[in-house]
Design a protein around this ligand. Structure first.
Ligand SMILES: Cc1cc2nc3c(=O)[nH]c(=O)nc-3n(C[C@H](O)[C@H](O)[C@H](O)COP(=O)(O)OP(=O)(O)OC[C@H]3O[C@@H](n4cnc5c(N)ncnc54)[C@H](O)[C@@H]3O)c2cc1C
Length: 436
């Protein structure tokens, strides 16, 4: 494990473990005056960065506008779990995209991880990428689901090792009594997400993408050429990409109405001894349980336990994230009671009603593309979205983009102010059902 010297938390990033252990990052200028480009990308997270990279690799001139810092949003704060698959229950879309379409989507969910792998390897991005992941079963029914997942992976020709674990084998993966089984997947893993985003920003810049930070888009004039306005500048472009996910807000109410922003929270312990870390996660895998408000956790490269979970639909963060998350960690690992929490933070997950990433273009403005609503499983899917948007904008027809774009997505009822409380009620119902 390579412990990294901790730099002071950059003022503009959320004060997370990631910000404190990030690689040196150049400040990119704020947009002033007018820029002209083939494509303007809004949002400096994985969606925006990867779309920009894919487009620049295809010869497009690209301007990317980020309201704060590259990686400021969910991309720089997440659990760092790189897990196979996109969406949830893809068979439900067979009536729209056919069985072949469903199979292609499932294959794309596997490809999505490979895109991250290739990007990290090809551009030598220093982001602590580590292979190994395990789904944790909370109840016997979960294990049946894992067996089906494993069979499906085999039928898709998945080339990585997967292995079902029974209750008595769980200690080989996690030092807790809570779980009745698991599914190991050596083709999924974990990484330092902010450093991946910063590395990708560097790649984008080297490919000629013009990156601007502190450049919140305030208004968009739509038309055959879009004009994108920030406080001090404008971008004129033939094509616009919106990659703001849960942070889109009022910039495009049509798209933000299809995404519910839900808070998820992470604590990072102080660095643990090699023995302590080994006792928690002997194979250094990332893990997730199967509950509606799931626990997800892993070790960092400097042996902290990064323990994440919860899903707050109320729109309000807990007052003290550490006090809120610590009991959840202690339910899993009671013996960590004496361990200090060094960092605590949260971010917004963008949830869609059917949990399929929303990748498409606006019907009434066909030169405006978007990718959003990864429903808490976006590390891989954002990279796939970037590739699909790159292909679609460069005119490639009949590919994966068309499949995603065909699936309709519901607008949440209740408008901007009511949709989160309504969902909070719905989720409470699901949690009660789970408990009793
Ligand atoms: C706490 C947490 C844990 C998570 N854990 C995992 C995990 O372990 N594995 C996993 O696969 N997924 C995880 N996710 C989900 C994953 O992080 C997201 O799906 C993914 O990062 C979304 O990337 P994005 O680029 O679409 O959005 P973001 O990274 O949120 O980026 C959107 C950007 O748009 C910018 N923006 C917004 N409005 C404007 C504007 N008007 N002008 C300019 N810029 C603007 C924002 O500043 C922001 O930087 C987690 C998310 C959270 C919050």
């Amino acid at each position: 494990m390579n412990a990294r010297a901790h730099s002071p938390v950059p003022a503009q990033h959320t004060a997370s473990y990631y910000a404190a252990s990030s690689l040196p990052q150049p400040d990119h200028p704020a947009l002033t005056g007018e820029q002209v480009a083939d494509v303007c990308v809004v949002g400096g997270g994985f969606s925006g960065l990867n779309t920009a990279i894919e487009l620049a690799q295809r010869g497009f001139s690209v301007v990317l506008l980020e309201a704060r810092k590259i990686g400021w949003g969910a991309s720089g704060r997440n659990g760092g779990q790189l897990i196979r698959g996109v969406g949830h229950g893809l068979d439900q879309f067979a009536n729209v995209i056919g069985n072949d379409g469903v199979r292609q989507m499932k294959l794309m969910g596997l490809e999505a991880v490979e895109i991250v792998r290739q990007r990290v390897e090809r551009f030598q991005i220093d982001c602590d990428l580590t292979w190994g992941y395990c789904d944790l079963a909370n109840k016997p029914g979960d294990l049946e689901g894992f067996a089906e997942d494993a069979a499906e992976l085999r039928s898709l020709g998945y080339r990585h090792e997967t292995r079902l674990l029974q209750a008595n084998e769980m200690h080989s993966v996690v030092g807790s009594e809570r779980y009745v089984g698991g599914l190991i997947d050596m083709g999924s893993g974990h990484l330092h997400p902010l450093n991946l985003a910063l590395g990708e920003a560097m790649v984008a810049q080297q490919l000629g993408v013009r990156l601007f930070e502190q450049s919140a888009v305030t208004r968009i004039d739509y038309g055959p050429q879009v004009r994108v306005h920030t406080a001090q500048g404008t971008v004129r472009a033939n094509t616009l990409v919106l990659g703001c996910n849960a942070y889109l807000n009022d910039l495009n109410p049509h798209l933000s109405g299809k995404v519910l922003a839900a808070g998820s929270y992470i604590i990072a312990t102080e660095p643990l001894s090699a023995e302590q870390a080994h006792a928690l996660l002997p194979q250094n895998m990332a893990v997730c349980d199967q509950r509606v408000a799931l626990d997800y956790y892993r070790l960092s490269a400097d042996r902290r336990l990064l323990f994440g979970g919860a899903c707050h639909y109320s729109g309000r963060d807990p007052q003290d994230i550490g006090a809120y998350m610590r009991p959840k960690m202690l339910e899993v690992f009671p013996h960590l009671a004496g361990v200090k929490i060094d960092y605590q933070w949260g971010g917004m997950i963008g949830i869609g009603a059917n949990r399929l990433p929303q990748i498409g273009r606006l019907a009434e403005q066909p030169n405006v593309y978007y990718a959003q609503a990864y429903s808490g499983h976006g590390l891989n899917a954002t990279h796939l979205a970037g590739k699909l948007l790159g292909e679609a904008i460069s005119g490639q027809q009949g590919g994966g983009f068309d499949l995603f774009a065909k699936v309709p997505h519901m607008t949440f009822p209740g408008g901007k102010h009511l949709r989160s409380p309504l969902l909070a009620l719905g989720m409470l119902w699901h949690r009660l059902k789970e408990r009793f």
